[in-house]
Design a protein around this ligand. Structure first.
Ligand SMILES: Cc1cc2nc3c(=O)[nH]c(=O)nc-3n(C[C@H](O)[C@H](O)[C@H](O)COP(=O)(O)OP(=O)(O)OC[C@H]3O[C@@H](n4cnc5c(N)ncnc54)[C@H](O)[C@@H]3O)c2cc1C
Length: 305
């Protein structure tokens, strides 16, 4: 099907883009990478009066590290995160692992992190990443700018705290310290499909003991999930032991079980009932935590890439 007719505007500045969105008499949609919006237009699930194409807005593709965070402009593409060099230390490695799991190269060349957050698909890797890292989402609207923390941003599938007149201008991702190991595990049905479940983990360790844990889950509820109960169960646990042997005695396996039963709230899907999804979550959390330990071991061996 062809999209319904709409007006098209390609502003050159953020100010012009925000002015275009400010007109409440028209239903306007922002066009970034177009990898979700174009489908919506073609299926006529979205019928805006106006499409505001931000691809020519100067400076929105910027990625820079300052004040302890990676600042991601609204036009930074998924592909920009494929290299771990995108940010120093564990943050760059974690973003790189996640980026390689998003769709396939042509989609990664166009799709943007900000667009993914605005679209708020429960399975999106960047949405789970944002809650895992306590990202800040920078919004600009007719009344000024504000920053919303990721944990307050996602309200449901495709529902966020963004007002219709607001543009996401950037995403702030706090850097992770050098004593943090990272892991990422995902199960999907085909190479380019959305995750059945994805898990990301960051473990901070001192003297072999976990002092802080961050665990995020994608597609484990209607919004991205921060597995707080599982995280709490890990603080004070020994981090050196790999996940092997009787799993019920291992802190990572226990954390997996807690994430699956207490933190996640999966809905039945045609190809995956709730029990199956909980099992996948438990296994993937264990794997991601194991990887985080491996990452730390590699670093303590002197490899700081
Ligand atoms: C076949 C296929 C497989 C995919 N697989 C995955 C996957 O595995 N993981 C995954 O995470 N995603 C996946 N995607 C989605 C892809 O990542 C999209 O790129 C992403 O969801 C949206 O980003 P975009 O820049 O393309 O946004 P667009 O499609 O341009 O916009 C999406 C929505 O966000 C709004 N929007 C965009 N940018 C802004 C902004 N700066 N401010 C305010 N609103 C904005 C738009 O108005 C629109 O409503 C897949 C898509 C396809 C087609």
């Amino acid at each position: 099907m062809k999209p319904a007719a709409f007006d098209y505007l390609a502003p050159a500045t953020v100010r012009e883009a925000v002015d275009a969105l400010a007109d409440t008499s028209r239903h306007a949609q922002v066009l970034a990478g177009g990898q979700s919006l174009m489908l919506e237009l073609h299926y006529r699930r979205s019928r805006p009066d106006l499409v505001v194409d931000i691809n020519r807005v100067r400076g929105l593709d910027r990625l820079d590290v300052r004040d302890g965070a990676l600042h991601v402009g609204a036009l930074a593409r998924h592909r920009d995160f494929e290299s771990p060099e995108v940010a120093p230390g564990p943050l760059g490695r974690l973003l790189s692992l996640a980026a390689h799991h998003i769709a396939h190269p042509p989609i990664r060349a166009l799709g943007t992190m900000a667009g993914s957050l605005a679209w708020a698909h429960p399975a999106a890797e960047w949405c789970a990443m944002a809650v895992t890292l306590d990202a800040g989402i920078e919004l600009r609207g007719p009344t000024g700018a504000r920053v919303v923390g990721a944990r307050d941003f996602f309200h449901g599938p495709h529902l966020t705290a963004r007002r219709r007149q607001e543009l996401i201008t950037a995403v702030r991702l706090p850097l992770l310290g050098d004593t943090t190991g990272i892991g990422f595990a995902e199960h999907r049905r085909t190479q380019a499909s959305f995750a059945v479940i994805a898990v990301m983990a960051a473990l901070t360790v001192f003297d072999g003991v976990v002092t802080e844990a961050r665990i995020g889950l994608a597609n484990a509820a209607g919004t991205p999930v921060r597995a707080y109960a599982a995280e709490r169960s890990l603080v004070g646990a020994e981090a050196a032991r790999p996940l092997s042997g009787p799993p019920e005695h291992h802190p990572f396996a226990r954390a997996g079980g807690i994430a699956a039963e207490c933190d996640a709230d999966p809905r039945a899907r045609p190809y995956a009932d709730v029990a199956y999804q909980r099992q996948v979550i438990a296994v993937l959390v264990g794997r991601a935590l194991n990887q985080a330990c491996e990452d730390l071991r590699r670093l303590s061996g002197g490899d700081r890439r």
